[in-house]
Design a protein. Structure first.
Length: 635
């Protein structure tokens, strides 16, 4: 009797979950044609929707530039809470607005009996792998769809396969846009990442009130793609959003990435305006957690190569005991070791174009390694003023010299490091002439080899005076070097002052600070960009005019939908800092975007672009928005 009550309770609970889990489709139906189709070879079923204009034009796209209709492959959530038919239903209206053919395959994976979370390719995953590819081929053969414009999208549990299929078949998909979906890094393979990281844009929409599993795994997905340096990764946190259906977000992102103008832009503006989103950036700890296996524990930067080669290449067997005569520490002057510091996957992103240091400079910086054991570290002998004169000592072996030579200044050196003097101050108590040759500061090694030290008595040092350096004649070349170092220090200080002034000016103009994520060109706002890209629009850049392209009417009634973009070559936009404004108010920090203008009046859409080589471009366009007439919808 008790067991029967338990089964009854579980059954009632399951029915409640089915009715309250958000499986209803709030989106209105479209005006196109719906079909249920069975793929002939695998006998797998799928739901197909042909948009309204597809039916009216007998399969011809109204835009003559389009070779075919873009295809949306949407993967449903866990059954019985979701299935393929609701996925097709929620996309019908968006398909009519943008002009998409929608295909929702019936899946074996998204089921209540599946492994959750999904961590490996089970038999049902492999069956879906075969069925979905066959279904896509059948759609291409029976409809006028474009093979080069395929979107992988999902809702809820369907995210596992929405990420899985582009990872396994990168040449078959052009975009990824998942909505409140699950993700499993264990299901992804690293072998195909180079095939689509620079070609397939990714958008991940996260609900701030979503189920913990979907929200957490969506954040993991953003970190996974960011850690592998995908060219376009957008994480969007949706305000006041539970586990709801929001196909308009993926539809708008797909259209933006393939350059598709909506067939009905006013309807597109209304649906997009229903969702309020903010950018989501994964924290550094999460990025480190999902770093590629090749970079786990050792980022591919020059700083990771400051350890000795024996420590970087740890042997599997214990090292042999040290010999009586300590061998020379492993050097860092070989070109292979230096080249490895900048040939990793993040080399092109850590250092802007034209600023990457040469391999020879990196080798000079890192050619001195600390010893493997702290106890064996060579220390500079301390000066002994009272030491008795002793017989001249033999010159030390070059491999046993103290390894404290000053590093060569590079373009990667920080401002604080550039401002330091290149000379090393000598101790206050100078040693006798007999011992000076043995404990001479290493920073003066090259100069002393050319001119012997002067043994004239030195005046006593006073506390009110600056630290003294070892007395020696200053050559003309050294004077020129000192002057150049002083000039470099002044230039570094000037650059730092310009950066502070630019940040303050931007804060005053935009009403935000760089840490708020609203100012482009800062590490906080764009973590995928290197820290050196935070130029904050310096006054030293060269200003050029650039055209702003508007896809939409220059005069319209509120709410007025526009799309804007900057006309610059792709190579100039890579790694550039971009700022879009509407009458001085922040809009976007991407090369293009879209906006719904509701305030009547003139809107000055302006853009500022600062390339990696500090060339500044500015442009603007004006849009006039009229007040809505009687009966118009106001937003």
């Amino acid at each position: 009797m008790v067991l029967g009550r338990r089964f009854l309770t579980l059954g009632l609970l399951g029915m409640v979950l089915i009715w309250t889990s958000g499986c209803a489709v709030p989106q209105p139906r479209g005006q196109g044609i719906y079909q249920y189709v069975t793929e002939p070879t695998t006998k797998a079923g799928y739901h197909l929707y042909l948009p309204m204009d597809y039916v009216r034009n007998n399969g011809r796209h109204p835009n003559p530039r389009m070779k075919g209709w873009p295809l949306v492959m949407t993967f449903h959530g866990m059954k019985p809470y979701d299935n393929a038919l609701p996925q097709e239903r929620e996309w019908e209206k968006e398909a009519d607005i943008y002009g998409y053919v929608v295909c929702a395959p019936e899946l074996n994976t998204s089921d209540s009996f599946m492994e959750y979370p999904l961590t490996r390719e089970h038999s049902y995953v492999l069956r879906d792998k075969e069925n979905v590819i066959a279904i896509m081929e059948h759609v291409f053969q029976t409809t006028n769809t474009d093979r080069k414009k395929v979107l992988a999208t999902s809702w809820s549990c369907g995210g596992y396969l929405a990420h899985y299929f582009p990872n396994r078949f990168p040449d078959r998909f052009a975009c990824i846009a998942v909505r409140l979906s699950n993700f499993s890094a264990a299901l992804m393979t690293e072998a195909t990442v180079p095939l689509y990281k620079d070609r397939v844009p990714v958008a991940i929409f996260i609900g701030d009130g979503d189920f913990p599993a979907c929200k957490t795994e969506s954040q993991d997905a953003v970190a996974w793609y960011e850690a592998r340096k995908f060219k376009t990764v957008r994480g969007k946190m949706i305000d006041n959003m539970g586990h709801s259906r929001i196909p308009q977000t993926a539809a708008a992102f797909f259209a933006e990435q393939i350059g598709l103008e909506p067939l009905h832009p006013e309807d597109a503006a209304r649906t997009v305006a229903q969702v309020q989103m903010t950018d989501y950036y994964p924290p550094p700890a999460l990025l480190a957690q999902f770093a590629p296996p090749s970079t786990l524990g050792r980022p591919p930067t020059a700083l990771a190569y400051n350890e000795p080669a024996s420590r970087r290449n740890s042997p599997t067997t214990p090292p042999a005991p040290p010999k009586t005569t300590p061998p020379a520490a492993p050097g860092r002057s070989d070109s292979a070791a230096a080249q490895s510091a900048f040939t990793g996957s993040s080399a092109g992103r850590d250092y802007p174009t034209g600023r990457m240091p040469t391999y020879e400079i990196v080798a000079a910086r890192n050619r001195t390694d600390p010893p493997a054991s702290p106890s064996a570290r060579p220390e500079r002998p301390a000066p002994q003023p009272t030491a008795k004169p002793s017989a001249p000592q033999a010159a030390p072996v070059p491999s046993q010299k103290p390894r404290s030579e000053p590093q060569q200044p590079t373009q990667l050196a920080s401002i604080a490091r550039e401002s330091k003097p290149t000379l090393t101050p000598a101790p206050r108590h100078n040693p006798p002439p007999s011992a000076a040759a043995a404990v001479k500061p290493v920073a003066q090694k090259e100069v002393s080899a050319k001119s012997p030290p002067v043994e004239t008595p030195k005046p006593p040092w006073k506390a009110s005076e600056p630290p003294m350096y070892a007395a020696r004649p200053v050559s003309r070349n050294e004077a020129a070097k000192n002057a150049a170092a002083a000039e470099a220090s002044r230039n570094a200080a000037a650059r730092q002052a310009n950066q502070r002034e630019a940040v303050a000016r931007s804060t005053k103009q935009y009403g935000v600070t760089p840490s708020s994520g609203r100012m482009p060109g800062t590490a906080a706002a764009r973590p995928s960009q290197p820290a050196s890209a935070s130029r904050a629009f310096s006054n030293q850049t060269r200003v050029n005019r650039v055209n702003v392209q508007l896809n939409g009417q220059a005069v319209g009634t509120s709410p007025h939908f526009i799309q804007y973009s900057v006309e610059l070559p792709r190579e100039k936009l890579e790694g550039a800092d971009i700022l879009w404004q509407d009458n001085g108010v922040w809009l976007n920090d991407e090369p293009s975007g879209r906006k719904i203008l509701t305030a009547p009046g003139h809107h000055n859409i302006s853009v500022i672009v600062v390339t990696r080589d500090d060339v500044e471009y500015r442009g603007n366009a004006t849009v006039q928005v009229l007040e809505p007439g009687p009966g118009s919808a106001a937003y």
